[in-house]
Design a protein around this ligand. Structure first.
Ligand code: SAM
Length: 293
């Protein structure tokens, strides 16, 4: 397929080049802004998963327009983070780093000199495998990592915008977001293809739960399940753990000898097609011993 064919097929791809945006994604953020007025009063912004940088370009434009209207207010500060290197952009500080790491959150905070951001946006996407369940799962983990880092760097009342895949577990993600934001909306910009399950959540008025201490515990990504026990206050979720059944009855971990009343019997209903049937047949025909020799 030639380049001009993509220009014909994808109007936003063509328009992005005509208007000087680094990627067609710029239109998604611009269209979200048309509905949600995302940048009113915004001075500090964080762009997570920013490369090649079209969302950062939108931030630069919008925040400098704000400053031009109110020059007495603080000048814009924009931080862009991505695993990949990004060509420089005027007015944007770039961090090449991983949004799942606490060190990245620390670097952002240090750039803001202890102040928090008014908005965090995240267009993060993992490399798509084509296996839908897997892609949805990884995207959800990236979104949760973005939410984690956001709780370190966003001011109360601030806004979080992120890409989401509308998969079957989306309700679970919504309920996690609603813990931190009273208003959560899922929006599909016109420039996002209908054939894609991509949409964007716009989470407004950041209100962390009372006593919440930001942390980067992400057991699914770090494989460090032990850390969850170190969480305290409202960060720690405890569900009741109960024992049930007659506690004086048989102990599942003990060995009980067979006797006159307790004999070995065949199973009441053997499996119709046991998963181990082929292996049993091979064992009976001495297959494994022959292979081992
Ligand atoms: N919003 C960007 C723009 O407008 O130019 C496009 C973002 S692109 C769709 C997704 C980006 O997510 C990729 O550049 C990728 O490197 C980044 N990414 C994926 N996982 C990441 C992670 N753990 N930390 C930082 N960046 C990540």
């Amino acid at each position: 397929m030639g380049k001009s064919s993509k220009d014909k097929r994808d109007v936003y791809y063509r328009l992005a080049k005509e208007q000087g945006w680094r990627a067609r994604s710029a239109f998604k953020l611009l269209q979200l802004d048309e509905d949600f007025n995302l940048f009113e009063g915004v001075h500090r912004a964080v762009d997570l998963c920013a490369a090649p940088g079209s969302w950062s370009q939108v931030l630069t434009k919008k925040l400098s327009e704000n400053h031009a209207k109110n020059p007495q207010e603080e000048p814009p500060k924009i931080v862009a983070v991505d695993l990949q290197a990004m060509a420089p952009l005027d007015g944007v500080v770039q961090l090449q780093g991983d949004i799942t790491k606490k060190s990245t959150a620390d670097q952002i905070i240090s750039y803001f000199e202890g102040q928090l951001s008014d908005i965090v946006i995240c267009d993060g996407a993992p490399d798509v495998t084509g296996l839908h369940d897997m892609d949805e799962y990884i995207q959800a983990q990236l979104l949760l990592a973005a939410l984690n880092i956001t709780t370190h760097v966003l001011r109360p009342g601030g806004t979080f915008v992120a890409k989401i895949f509308r998969g079957k577990d989306i309700t679970l993600l919504y309920s996690q977001l609603k813990i931190f934001f009273p208003t959560v909306t899922c929006s599909k910009p016109r420039s996002s293809r209908n054939s894609s399950i991509e949409a964007f959540i716009v989470c407004q008025d950041y209100q962390p739960p009372e006593g919440y201490v930001p942390n980067m515990a992400n057991p699914l990504l770090d494989m460090q399940y032990g850390n969850m026990n170190e969480l305290v206050g409202s960060n720690r979720v405890i569900v009741p753990f109960t024992a049930c059944g007659d506690l004086n009855g048989y102990d599942a971990d003990r060995t009980y000898p067979l006797d006159e009343t307790h004999k070995s019997r065949d199973p009441l209903q053997p499996p119709i097609t046991a998963p181990y049937k082929t292996a049993m047949g091979l064992k009976r025909s001495n297959f494994y011993n022959k292979v081992a020799k």
